[in-house]
Design a protein around this ligand. Structure first.
Ligand code: G3I
Length: 529
């Protein structure tokens, strides 16, 4: 009798375990990207050791071919179609990854021996970091905990690898190596994962938003589906502006704005209100031609109370005043403020007045002043900083600052990098304010080169903007001014031939989209433990 349980146990061991379901397409793609990352880092080690290494290009091509083959195989699996569209093209991924690894190889500080040793150390670690996405793709219980513990072990192993000869101070060298590792791993994952921006933003503790025209969403199911997967926040591109919502003294048109709020609430997304007081555009004549200060003050009080009051408790952040500074293309004004009817009749104090009115109408909303061209240091940022300091000193209820971030357009041809944007955000956040990028797009009109190279550049620009925000305490999110090139204001407003947004006209994900994913993943990996 006693033998029976033993025989049973043995028999069970011999019976092959039930066939594991073929790993899902997305998991196979991530696994292949993890391997590619390790292979490229190992190859880069050889190149760093021997810069005349003619076989570098062959090695990169082999990794590229293997990635294309594995992703093709994954893509033709049963669930292939679904994940094929949400991941980047394998060839593009391999090129981006190879470029990122080469950048790391070149940028790593220390002697040749040091750099080679660091690259050799990073290779297996990159594979482990990228594979932390698998439990999340499989919705495994405690998937984030698994990622956190794996990242903690990776950090321990990385730190233990130092000191390394020629690398200088161990602590600093290990920190540089870790930053390089997360950058490369996030790049691989940004292309390979099938999780949308919404899920990745949640992991990174960030908001990712889009400015929408409700009519465009309701008439385009692909748009609605993309908003579901890719956003945590909606802004009304025009529906909440004075002209559209309050075209005449006794006429209110709330439907489009209501539709944006309902759209967001139905999806558990937040709403950014844009904008209560904007002196430059879409301001009706009855406001522009207000006879005097009292009349205008009464109009402003009624407008803010009515609009902010209507959505009280349903708006996370209001751009109470938009673009208070004189426009970059406008003639300069004595005090640097925009020469509009509010400034002329109510004086510079109209900004503080509007903030107090908004606070009274919706005590729950965070109140912002929103401006463009302040992502780069200089006289414009300084003038805006002075305005913000004046508002805070006056006790005006200012909670945040919106950086519009129309990169490449304002100022023309300037594409601030991660460090520059982060420094600008940090400068205002250190005043105790919340900061956000509120209208991000990256025009290609003022960028030279062929379209593919401009799109590759745009990928880096989007990655830098999102990563900059995620790296600054107090920066809570990024909103793009539209989602698909098909509805960008840069075409309708300026007549530009341009592709400034993360999705193309046919709702295909552009390199820019994968840049945003990589930035959110880099933040999530950095903060995971
Ligand atoms: O709705 C009318 C339509 O009835 C009319 O037939 C048509 C033709 O004139 O105009 C339509 O209104 C246009 C509106 O967009 C809606 O499409 C306005 O003329 C046009 O000026 C308006 O442009 C908007 C612009 O702000 C001016 O308010 C852009 O869509 C919008 O993207 C842009 O957004 C601004 C932010 O609010 C603030 N920061 C800069 C950003 C870009 O300029």
């Amino acid at each position: 009798m006693r033998l029976l349980p033993l025989l049973l146990a043995t028999a069970l061991l011999l019976v092959p375990p039930p066939a594991q379901a073929a790993p899902a397409c997305d998991a196979r793609k991530v696994a292949a990207a993890a391997r590619a990352c390790a292979d490229l880092l190992r190859g880069e080690e050889r190149f760093v050791r021997d810069a005349s290494d003619a076989r570098r290009a062959q090695r990169v091509a082999r990794v590229r071919d293997r990635l294309i083959a594995s992703w093709y195989a994954a893509g033709t699996a049963s669930d292939g179609a679904a994940c094929a569209v949400t991941t980047a093209d394998a060839g593009d991924t391999a090129d981006r990854l190879a470029a990122a690894v080469a950048d790391v190889g070149a940028a790593l500080p220390g002697s040749t021996a040091c750099r080679a040793a660091v690259l050799r150390t990073l290779a297996p670690l990159c594979r482990r970091v990228v594979r932390t996405e698998l439990p999340l793709l499989r919705d495994q219980p405690d998937a984030h905990g698994i990622r956190g513990r794996t990242l903690a072990r990776v950090r321990t192993d990385l730190t233990a690898a130092f000191p390394l000869a020629g690398c200088g101070a161990a602590g600093a060298a290990a920190a540089d190596a870790e930053a390089a590792l997360l950058r490369v791993a996030a790049g691989a994952l940004g292309d390979a994962t099938t999780r949308g921006l919404r899920a990745l933003a949640a992991d990174a503790g960030q908001e990712v938003g889009v400015a929408v025209e409700p009519g465009e969403v309701s008439s385009d199911p692909l748009y609605a589906a993309a908003l579901d997967r890719e956003t945590t926040s909606l802004t009304a591109e025009n529906a909440m502006k004075w002209g559209p919502i309050h075209p005449a003294p006794d006429t209110w048109v709330f439907e489009p704005a209501d539709a944006v709020v309902a759209l967001a609430e139905s999806r558990g997304q937040r709403v950014r209100g844009h904008t209560l007081v904007w002196g430059a555009l879409q301001l009706p004549a009855y406001v522009e031609n207000a006879p005097d200060a009292d009349a205008l003050r009464a109009l402003m009080a009624e407008h803010v109370a009515t609009v902010a009051g209507r959505y009280a408790g349903r708006i996370a952040q209001w751009d109470v005043v938009n673009e208070p500074l004189a426009g970059v293309l406008d003639p300069p004004t004595p005090d640097g403020l925009d020469d509009n009817v509010f400034r002329r009749l109510l004086g510079p104090g109209y900004v503080a007045e509007a903030l107090h009115l908004a606070r009274a109408a919706d005590p729950a909303a965070k109140l912002f002043v929103n401006e463009n061209g302040i992502e780069v240091p200089g006289p414009r940022q300084d003038r805006f900083y002075a305005l913000v300091q004046e508002l805070l000193a006056s006790g005006a209820p200012l909670d945040g600052v919106g950086f519009q971030a129309h990169l490449g357009l304002i100022p023309i041809g300037q594409y601030p990098d991660r460090a520059t944007i982060a420094a600008s955000l940090r400068r205002f956040a250190e005043l105790g304010l919340t900061v956000e990028l509120t209208e991000l797009d990256v025009t290609l009109v003022f960028r030279s080169g062929d379209l593919p190279s401009r799109l590759a550049f745009q990928c880096g620009s989007y990655r830098d903007a999102v990563a900059a925000c995620a790296s600054v305490p107090g920066c809570s999110g990024v909103t793009t001014w539209g989602l698909s090139d098909r509805s960008t204001w840069l075409r309708s407003f300026f007549g530009f031939t341009d592709w400034p947004l993360p999705f193309d006209d046919d709702w295909r994900r552009k390199a820019a989209y994968f840049g945003m994913r990589a930035a959110l993943l880099e933040a999530a990996l950095r903060d995971a433990d």
